[in-house]
Design a protein around this ligand. Structure first.
Ligand code: G6P
Length: 612
């Protein structure tokens, strides 16, 4: 949530900041702002309510602001409505400190009262203005430099933050501070950058520093120094980002989401390739040895949003193949409910960004209780990746659209690989079945490609039903997990009220909502449950529902019931989610396009939910 960019170099800062913010617009987009300066000149600030485009127009694409050092921000409102007044950057009363912030400062009221007692005035409703003024307060009180004042403020602030700050008396320097919110630093000759995420700076440099938690960075032109809370300098080794800069561009697709839907075969193929060697799964990179796996007695999967739905599918697969108890929990619930955990449990946190606040808190809770943790993470060097005992990196590449698609698919692969390997180590499957499952998993990318070739049918269907008001997704077992993700896609980007129901549960309430023309998607990929779900489809049809069936080639009898059917290639039933989700993602996408909505940046949502 909220995107931050900082630049300190010899080129004009504003166009670079705007370009970086555009790459981060998926993080927040209700208002934005820039602060730019040149040498010892005063800091110029421009802000705009609404999309980044408005800020860009207001500053003549950055040309109206002169200076080679600056910071920028795109906001997802937490404290205070979206408005120009609340937009960042914020500045202290005498223009001494200017800064942008991502995160939530929990004790901002208390800090504000303290500052009010010292005659500070406040012009916005934000917690950020409080943080900026607190830094200014400590600078004046102790006459220390920027690192000292920031460190003092950090000690008083409770909550999460990535702060990027400029000081009137320290021209050509930018300071950053981080606790539990993402922030990276990039450096190349004569220039340095700060950003919430790698895509913002990828076209300038691949040399990236992951600033540690509760650390401070000082950026001069082409150089960065890091400090801890005791103001002691600390060494951080830079990392080379291997992502292709093109991966963060649309490459001719109309939206990032449809591009990323098409990248799913590659995301799956790359992730599979990273763990299969000579026909066997190797989890060596994660550090999960066979001995460790053999000692695990229960698996708890914790995640948010779509990653939670991966966990839901994972539960069925793990329990079926590896015969180990699995619990799936929403991170926001898990973290506050004093969960029962045993010393031989494994807590798996699934997260694309590795920065989701609730997932990070859940990870920390498990660690505090001494439980082994594994992160299934897409963003290298993210907080969860750094803090988990073991990391399974999904190789989906940068995902920009707010609604996840390819990272979700790569997470599924990670879960399959873990379930198969657990089953192998625990001897719950024969050697032959082990090889069969691996071979079948390797066919998934090509099968995904086949589904994508047939996308026009879904496009046609979506256009026909673009006025849908309510939609229900029903299925049993893994098909229920698929339904949950299909329904979420529909809500997220098409704003259609939709619900996912375990088909057998329909009669306990939801069926009363079905009336003439209600759209119901019946997911039937599990042979054992096919007839059961089909009879639930008949029940809703007899109450007027319009039915879309989603099943595997061969199950043609579904056409006796469904009004419109989509077929997916046959696969092992444990892997059905990887294929069945693609038509549902396409349905959500095309419906959103048909309704003229902003697919990549749906209202009120942010890609990376770094506040709880
Ligand atoms: C947001 C995104 C979802 C994502 C969820 C969890 O809600 O819009 O697409 O599934 O966060 O994010 P994570 O980065 O932890 O996977």
């Amino acid at each position: 949530m909220c995107g931050i960019v900082g630049y300190n170099g010899s080129s004009q800062a504003a166009p670079i900041l705007l370009d970086g913010l555009e790459k981060l617009e998926y993080r927040g987009y209700d208002s934005s702002g820039l602060a730019v300066r040149s040498g010892s000149n005063d800091i110029e600030i421009v802000k705009a309510k609404g999309r980044l485009r408005i800020l860009s127009e207001k500053t003549d694409e950055g040309r109206a602001l002169s200076g080679t050092c600056g910071i920028g921000h795109t906001r997802w409102a937490t404290h205070g409505e979206p408005s120009e007044n609340n937009a960042h950057p914020h500045i202290s009363d005498d223009r001494n400190v200017t800064g942008v912030h991502n995160g939530i400062i929990e004790n901002y009221q208390e800090l504000k009262e303290k500052l009010l007692r010292h005659d500070y005035k406040f012009y916005s409703d934000t917690d950020t203005e409080v943080a900026i003024k607190l830094i200014d307060y400590y600078m004046k009180k102790y006459h220390g430099g920027p690192v000292d004042s920031i460190a003092r403020a950090m000690i008083r602030i409770r909550g999460s933050y990535a702060l990027v700050v400029m000081f009137k008396d320290y021209p050509d320097e930018i300071y950053c501070a981080r606790k539990d919110s993402p922030l990276i630093i990039g450096v190349k000759e004569g220039e340095s950058f700060a950003a919430s995420d790698v895509p913002a700076i990828l076209k300038h440099t691949r040399r990236v520093y992951y600033i540690g938690n509760q650390q401070i960075a000082k950026l001069t032109k082409g150089e960065v120094k890091f400090f801890d809370l005791d103001r002691e300098e600390v060494e951080i080794e830079p990392k080379e980002v291997t992502w292709d800069a093109e991966a963060a561009e649309k490459n001719g697709f109309e939206h990032f989401m449809i591009k990323e839907i098409h990248e799913q075969p590659k995301a799956a193929r790359d992730t599979i390739g990273s763990i299969i060697h000579e026909g066997k799964i190797s989890l060596q990179e994660t550090g999960l040895t066979d001995d460790i796996i053999a000692g695990i007695t229960q698996v708890i999967i914790v995640a948010c949003g779509s990653a939670y739905h991966v966990g839901m599918a994972g539960q069925y697969i793990f329990e079926d193949l590896a015969r180990i108890p699995v619990r799936v929990e929403l991170a926001s619930e898990f973290r506050y409910r004093n969960p029962l955990l045993n010393e031989n449990d494994l807590v798996i946190v699934i997260s694309q960004s590795g920065e989701t606040a609730d997932s990070l808190a859940a990870l920390r809770l498990a660690k505090e209780k001494g439980i082994r943790t594994l992160g299934i993470i897409n963003v290298v060097g993210s907080s969860i990746a750094r803090e988990a005992d073991h990391v399974f990196y999904t190789l989906a590449g940068p995902e920009i659209a707010v609604a996840t698609t390819k990272a979700y698919s790569a997470q599924l692969i990670a879960v399959y690989a873990l379930a198969i390997q657990f089953a192998h180590v625990r001897n719950t499957i024969e050697e032959e079945r082990y090889s069969e499952l691996i071979a079948e998993m390797e066919t998934l990318p090509a099968k995904m490609e086949r589904i994508l070739e047939d996308k026009e049918r879904i496009q046609w269907f979506a256009a026909k039903y673009s006025n849908a008001k309510d939609m229900f997704f029903i299925g049993r077992g893994i098909d229920y997990a698929i339904s949950m993700e299909g329904s979420l896609k529909m809500k997220e980007i098409s704003y259609v009220h939709s619900e996912a129901y375990a088909a057998g549960e329909l009669k306990h309430g939801t069926i009363s909502l079905v009336e003439n023309g209600t759209l119901v998607v019946g997911v039937c990929t599990q042979n054992r449950l096919f007839e059961k779900t089909r009879s639930n489809m008949v029940e809703v049809k007899s109450r007027g529902a319009y039915l879309m069936g989603l099943t595997s080639y061969g199950n043609y009898s579904i056409e006796d019931t469904a009004d419109f059917t989509v077929y997916i290639p046959k696969t092992d039933q444990n892997f059905a989610t990887s294929l069945a989700i693609i038509p549902l993602q396409l349905l959500g996408y095309y419906l959103s396009v048909a309704r003229g909505l902003n697919v990549d940046k749906p209202r009120n949502l942010a890609k990376s939910v770094t506040v709880e």
